[in-house]
Design a binder for this molecule. Structure first.
Ligand SMILES: [Zn+2]
Length: 434
């Protein structure tokens, strides 16, 4: 006799068939308790009494059409590909219809799992499922007891306790509202701080840029400072050099540096040129003329120093060809030099020139005596006679060559240069600081 067999949805094992009076003729495995579920029993029309031959055949066709994925190849005649189908093996016996069995098992599995479960299940899988349901039931009962206790506790609270809790609740609500406001303030402060931070960052960027610019300017200014420092040191060095030179120049007297007056025996010397001669010491006229030129230059310098403008004569120093020019309506040049030999002693113009030179020297003497300190010339000058007087010996010496002797002429010239030597000392003292 052929039978219908199923496989378990979970473990994929073929269901173990157990014959029963209700499923006589069907090789169907069914949990004993499952048949007691209302959905498996209370489906009118699914009972064997309500069935007919034609409906059984229709159920068989539907079942065969849906059975696919649960096929066991090589173990039966029918197979299919439907995901929620199972394989029907063997022939359906009379009695309970196949559709009623299917619906009963579907209901069983749905109730057991409480979710979208597929069917059928084997005995082992059903036992495991029942254990899980027992544990869930225990948890639910525990929760229910807890809730019951809570309800009893609430009901047991007195009016005072409730009011106290209400007050605490209000206080907590107020505290919550205050905290919400505080949170809003904090968020506003945070927004303001974010804006301020952004502004500060922009300002920082600007300041950093300015700092870089200032660093650049500072570098240029430091470089300029170094240049100016070098320039300052150079100027200070030149200043010290100039001050040193100035101090040396202040100590230096131009007249004393330019004119040196001495003597060699009876003959006076000015700047290495002898002025005069003796029979034993002949001196060339060229040297004597040069000495006269130096004397003329010295007298002109002294007169210029004291601001003296000569009267009657203009003294023109020209080396060994110096001369004087009379300031009359008819100017006459008086040469302060002689070109001849002994015969030149009778040169009247030379004599006039030397007398005029004494006149100029006396003018300077009179002007310098007005100064403070006044000039003192040790030897008197007699302009009209052309004489030099030695106050100590009361001797007079003519500066002319006419009717004169070389010694006396040379002596007069020596006295004249001695007066110049004193004049040099005086002018150095008088105008030292000027
Ligand atoms: Zn199973």
């Amino acid at each position: 006799m052929a039978s219908i067999r199923f496989i378990c949805h979970f473990c994929r094992r073929p269901l173990k068939l157990t014959p029963s009076p209700e499923t006589a003729g069907l090789d169907l495995s069914q949990e004993p308790a499952a048949s007691n579920f209302p959905s498996a029993q209370g489906d009118p029309g699914d009972t064997p009494e309500g069935g007919s031959a034609s409906s059984v055949e229709t159920d068989l066709e539907e079942l065969q059409g849906s059975a696919s994925s649960w096929a066991i190849p090589g173990d039966g005649e029918l197979s299919g590909d439907g995901p929620n189908s199972f394989t029907l093996l063997g022939k359906l016996a009379s009695g309970r219809t196949l559709s009623s069995i299917q619906r009963a098992m579907t209901g069983l599995c749905d109730i057991l799992s409480g979710e979208e479960l597929h069917h059928p299940l084997c005995e082992d899988c059903t036992n495991g499922l029942l254990e899980q349901l027992d544990s869930q039931l225990s948890i639910s009962e525990s929760d229910s007891q807890t809730y019951q206790r809570c309800l009893e506790t609430r009901d047991g609270l007195g009016e005072d306790a409730r009011e106290t809790l209400q007050r605490e609740l209000k206080v907590l609500e107020l505290e919550e509202a205050r905290l919400v406001r505080e949170l809003e303030e904090v968020e506003e402060n945070r927004d303001r701080a974010a804006v301020a931070l952004q502004a500060a960052r922009a300002e920082t960027e600007t300041l950093e840029q300015q700092e870089r610019q200032c660093h650049g300017d500072l570098g240029e200014l430091q470089w300029r400072q170094l240049e100016l420092q070098d320039e300052l040191w150079s100027v200070e060095h030149r200043l010290r050099s100039a001050q040193t030179q100035l101090a040396w120049l202040k100590k230096t007297n131009a007249f004393k540096a330019a004119f040196e007056i001495g003597c060699d025996g009876p003959i006076a010397i000015i700047n290495s040129f002898r002025l005069g001669c003796t029979p034993t010491v002949p001196v060339s006229w060229g040297e004597i003329n040069s000495a006269w030129g130096q004397a003329a230059l010295l007298l002109v310098g002294l007169a210029h120093t004291v601001g003296l403008q000569f009267q009657r004569y203009q003294l023109i120093p020209r080396g060994d060809h110096s001369y004087l020019q009379s300031l009359t309506e008819d100017p006459v040049d008086l040469p302060l030099f002689c070109t001849g030999g002994k015969s030149s002693l009778v040169d009247s113009k030379f004599d006039q020139a030397m007398a005029a030179f004494l006149d100029c020297m006396q003018q300077f003497n009179e002007e310098a005596k007005k100064g403070e300190p006044s000039l003192f010339m040790p030897y008197r000058i007699h302009v009209a006679q052309g004489l030099m007087e030695d106050p100590g010996s009361r001797e007079f010496h003519s500066i002319r060559t006419h009717l004169n002797r070389e010694e006396r002429w040379t002596k007069a010239l020596k006295l004249m240069l001695t007066n110049f030597k004193w004049s040099l000392d005086w002018v150095s003292l008088r105008y030292h600081h000027n």
